[in-house]
Write a protein that binds this ligand. Structure first.
Ligand code: FAD
Ligand code: NAD
Length: 478
């Protein structure tokens, strides 16, 4: 059997489903192939992000934050609560309900926009044809005008700590625990480790994080990473840097782990061990050798700036191609590709992609870090404003952290913004918008910000770039 579509999208994660909806909105006959089935064998749209990534992790982060707030932070407001208790299965069921609502929502959006969802595992053949094998083994081939591959990524595993899905788990396992482990180990202090480590730490686990690198969050601005490490350690996360895991063995229902660091060999015992050491592109079996598609040296599908692969009419977007593994990056690539297929002149600005780690407080960034600018030999000036000097932050009992704005030394154009603090994700987005418009630090400084808001910290950081902050003593000019 053969069927013809203008666009066939492989994968229904945030890169694929957004590309499919956009393509259909632009009048293209579009199908989206997805292999994921739910527990009942029904097609499950939404990919990693909606099912086992962004959304479920944020649901647990929000629940666990409320629990820790009731336990630790309400006293200062004069509110006392006799004894807060957490029912983990209810918390997890709430998370599952949100996932269901959103994944079903994508099915609804597909129907509304006329996208055909097809269940099965897709493989790209030569000539931009797509072979689909469903879960009963039936095979069909779709003729595609254009193919968009959005097959995403999977967790990286490491030989010393193989996943057994019971005691040694990956991020997916850590999202469905039904009780709070007394002692939890986390390998990798990146985005997943910090977010899921925070969830279980807030609920009462003693969390030890083992990070191989000597630096904490090296991709973040070094000043912000240092401040974040201080705050998170104060919350109880035991973050150990320069720790190389050498083995993990399950014995009597516990994980015995060994690691080496500068001060020697160590042994730790945990009730659960989360392995969160990164993700890799899911490119196995995705295309035939004669399709023309190639991989780069790290296994990502090779694409140019417009997400075109080496094979004519075949594009790839999201986690399966170079760039940060972020849902919004994949979605914007999906939009760009759909628009280009429809004949529009779309482009993606890779220099202005915000990234956020949703600890409390959040750690957020857009643009260049101070260390990157130093490395590139670019002259810059910085403005830093601490939340401790922001009225609204104090009113909300959120005095930790700071906003750091970096501008070009001569042109004053904003080059980056780095924040650790309450609502950092939303605050950094304000600067991302300014950067998209080519704003200078002075443009932000001349903007009226509502009082009292956390946003005023962004305003003051912009003022501080040229030594004009009002609510702190200004630093002498560099
Ligand atoms: P995916 O979401 O991985 O979707 C790919 C889809 O393709 C899957 O559904 C898969 O089943 C399907 N597929 C694969 N191969 C085939 C095939 N051959 N045939 C048919 N279907 C196929 N990012 C953020 O921006 N913010 C966050 O807060 C955030 N939190 C995260 C938390 C966790 C715990 C994890 C694991 C990730 C998180 N991420 C976050 C990263 C984010 O989930 C990914 O960047 C995003 O999901 C990538 O989207 P994608 O569409 O490229 O791939
Ligand atoms: P990551 O790359 O963010 O962090 C992995 C960490 O593990 C790194 O610090 C790395 O140095 C460390 N590591 C690697 N091997 C190790 C080893 N053998 N022993 C100890 N430490 C080791 O990856 P992640 O946290 O697994 O997340 C995967 C992807 O998902 C990331 O690309 C991330 O962008 C994305 N994600 C994003 C968010 C968000 O945007 N809030 C949340 C979760 C995940």
């Amino acid at each position: 059997m053969s069927d013809k579509y203008d666009v066939v999208v492989i994968g229904s994660g945030p890169a694929g489903y957004v590309a499919a909806i956009k393509a259909a909105q632009l009048g293209l006959r579009t199908a989206c192939i997805e292999q994921w089935l739910d527990d009942k064998g029904k097609l499950q749209l939404g990919g990693t992000c909606l099912n086992v990534g962004c959304i479920p992790s944020k649901a647990l982060l929000d629940s666990s934050y409320k629990f820790s707030e009731v336990q630790k932070d309400l006293g200062i407001h004069g509110i006392s609560v006799n004894q807060a208790e957490i029912d983990v299965p209810i918390m997890v069921a709430r998370k599952d309900k949100i996932v269901l609502q959103l994944t079903r929502g994508i099915g609804g959006l597909f129907k509304h926009n006329g996208v055909t969802a097809i269940e099965g595992t897709a493989k790209v053949l030569a000539g931009a044809k797509v072979e689909i094998t469903d879960h009963e083994g039936n095979v069909q081939v779709l003729e595609a005008g254009k193919v968009i591959i959005a097959a995403g990524s999977v967790p990286v595993s490491i030989p010393p700590a193989p996943i057994d899905d019971e005691y040694i788990i990956d991020s997916t396992g850590a999202l469905k625990l039904t009780e709070v482990p007394a002692r939890m180990g986390v390998i990798g202090a990146g985005a997943i480790g910090l977010e899921l480590g925070s969830v279980w730490c807030r609920l009462g686990s003693e969390v030890v994080m083992l990070e191989a690198l000597d630096d904490f969050l090296p991709m973040m601005d070094v000043q912000i990473a240092g401040e974040a490490a201080r705050i998170l350690k104060k919350q109880g996360l035991d973050i150990r840097l320069g720790a190389r895991v050498t083995g993990a063995e399950v014995k009597n229902g516990r994980v015995n782990l060994t690691y080496s660091s500068a001060d020697g060999e160590h042994t730790e015992t945990f009730d659960k061990l989360i392995v969160a050491v990164g993700r890799r592109p899911r490119s196995e079996g995705l295309f035939e050798a004669d399709s023309g598609i190639t991989l780069d040296e790290r296994g990502f599908i090779y694409v140019n700036d417009n997400c075109e692969t080496e094979a004519p009419h075949v594009y790839a977007v999201g986690d399966i191609v170079r760039g940060p593994m972020l849902a919004h990056k994949g979605s914007e690539e999906g939009v760009m590709v759909a628009e280009r297929i429809a004949g529009k002149q779309a482009q993606m600005n890779y220099d202005c992609i915000p990234s956020v780690i949703y600890t409390h407080p959040e750690i957020a960034a857009v643009g260049k870090t101070e260390q990157e600018l130093k490395g590139d030999g670019i002259e810059y000036k910085i403005g830093v404003f601490p939340f401790a000097a922001n009225g609204r932050a104090l009113a909300a009992n959120e005095p930790e952290g700071m906003v750091k704005l970096i501008a070009h030394a001569e042109t004053d154009r904003i080059l980056g913004c780095h924040i650790v603090g309450a609502s950092a994700a939303d605050l950094v987005q304000q600067v991302a918008i300014a950067m998209e418009f080519g704003s200078s630090a002075e443009d932000l400084a001349l903007t009226v910000f509502a009082h009292p808001t956390l946003s005023e910290a962004v305003h003051e950081a912009a003022l501080a770039v040229d030594g004009h902050a009002i609510h702190i003593a200004n630093r002498k000019k560099r």
